[in-house]
Write a protein that binds this ligand. Structure first.
Ligand code: NAD
Length: 338
């Protein structure tokens, strides 16, 4: 069975998920939507993705620019088994009813609230929770990053509590508005929503988070302190992450001391768009004192959620019952080593 996937919102996340779907042999893209005849609409044409507008009244603006569409989202819903909704945060909720009425499953992104789908998803932590579901939400880039390293540590050693500080990129690289150019801005409402968001997947976890926004576009950095239930050495912790999927070590000793160098590494690895879908953990930036573990990790905000969307499709469409098999299939198709 080849699952027919539609993308609503062919932007930063949408275009990446579409390309990732194209790389799979058990699913295909049957259409993507754009609101305006922008360069991304032309890119969708180049990728041979059938192009739809979000609403009917937008079709004429595409015609004026000589860009052919196959109709609007309403028409795409007749072709798709599942929609990956990649519209801006808060917009997806307006589409839920439309998907439901069309009998089409949907995946929302981290900008939507957990309650919209009722299931928040991370492939390693709760693949089976989305099995056959009509709606699910792939959690945000930061939550994905936190769950990727916390879940395996909790499994191996038990976590008493976590305190994480997220140093957040001010905007995505192509954005023309975002954070202040020359300022560091703390989130004053504490603790921030990221802890409760991790709890949508790991409800038992005692976690609090703080955030500062900084004027960079290259990744988020997390500074994480964990109180462990069982004692462990640094090498034990690294061993756990070494066998966890989508966690990749970087090393200051070998010249990767910052996020710009991780992004350069991604280009050197020939990753499409220079994406780095794994969570980068500094192998030489980890310390254990007593039962307290300290470490740093970096999150490529534009791409870490992409493989999660692919696995979420497999679980919701009942394509593969073994989550690890789905993860491995997705990884090998996208050039992720583990
Ligand atoms: P984006 O602005 O880059 O892309 C959104 C796309 O949706 C654009 O193509 C836009 O034209 C289109 N769109 C706007 N309004 C629409 C509407 N009413 N109907 C249909 N399409 C519409 O946004 P993004 O960064 O890709 O974010 C999408 C979702 O992914 C959000 O929930 C966001 O929180 C989440 N997310 C973003 C990032 C990130 O860093 N960019 C990381 C993880 C998750």
């Amino acid at each position: 069975m080849t699952v027919r996937v539609g993308i609503n919102g062919y932007g930063t996340i949408g275009k990446r998920v579409a390309c990732a779907v194209k790389a799979q042999d058990d699913m295909e893209i049957v259409g993507v939507t754009k609101t305006r005849p922008s360069y991304e609409a032309r890119l969708a044409e180049m990728e041979k993705f059938p192009l739809y507008t979000a609403s009917e009244d937008q079709i004429s603006s595409f015609e004026k620019e000589g860009i052919a569409t196959k109709g609007s989202l309403k028409d795409l819903l007749k072709e798709a088994d599942i929609i990956v909704d990649c519209t801006p945060g808060g917009v997806g909720e307006h589409y839920r009813k439309m998907y439901e009425e069309a009998g089409v499953k949907a995946i929302f992104q981290g900008g939507e609230d957990h309650g919209l789908a009722g299931i928040s998803f991370n492939a390693y932590a709760n693949y089976s929770e989305a099995w056959g579901a009509d709606f699910a939400r792939v959690v945000s880039c930061n939550t994905t990053g936190l769950v990727r390293t916390l879940f395996p540590i909790d499994h191996a050693y038990g976590i008493e509590s976590v305190a994480a500080t997220i140093v957040r990129r001010g905007a995505d690289p192509a954005d023309i508005k975002g954070s202040a150019l020359n300022a560091i801005e703390p989130s004053l409402k504490l603790p921030t929503h990221h802890g409760p968001d991790v709890q949508t997947i790991m409800p038992w976890l005692n976690i609090t988070t703080m955030v500062v926004k900084v004027p960079t576009t290259l990744m988020h950095v997390h500074c994480i302190t964990i109180n462990l239930k069982k004692q462990a050495k640094e090498q034990d912790i690294l061993g756990v992450w070494d066998s966890a999927p989508r966690v990749r070590f970087v090393n200051g000793k070998y010249g990767i001391k910052n996020t710009a160098q991780i992004m350069e590494y991604a280009k050197d690895l020939d990753r499409r768009r220079g994406d780095f879908m794994e969570i980068a953990v500094w192998q030489d930036g980890i310390k254990v004192r007593g039962n307290t573990l300290f470490y740093y990790q970096a999150v490529h905000q534009e791409s870490d959620v992409v493989p999660e969307n692919i696995d979420c499709i497999r679980s919701m469409m009942r394509l593969e019952s073994d989550g690890m098999k789905s993860i491995q299939k997705t990884n090998s198709s996208l050039g992720i080593s583990k």
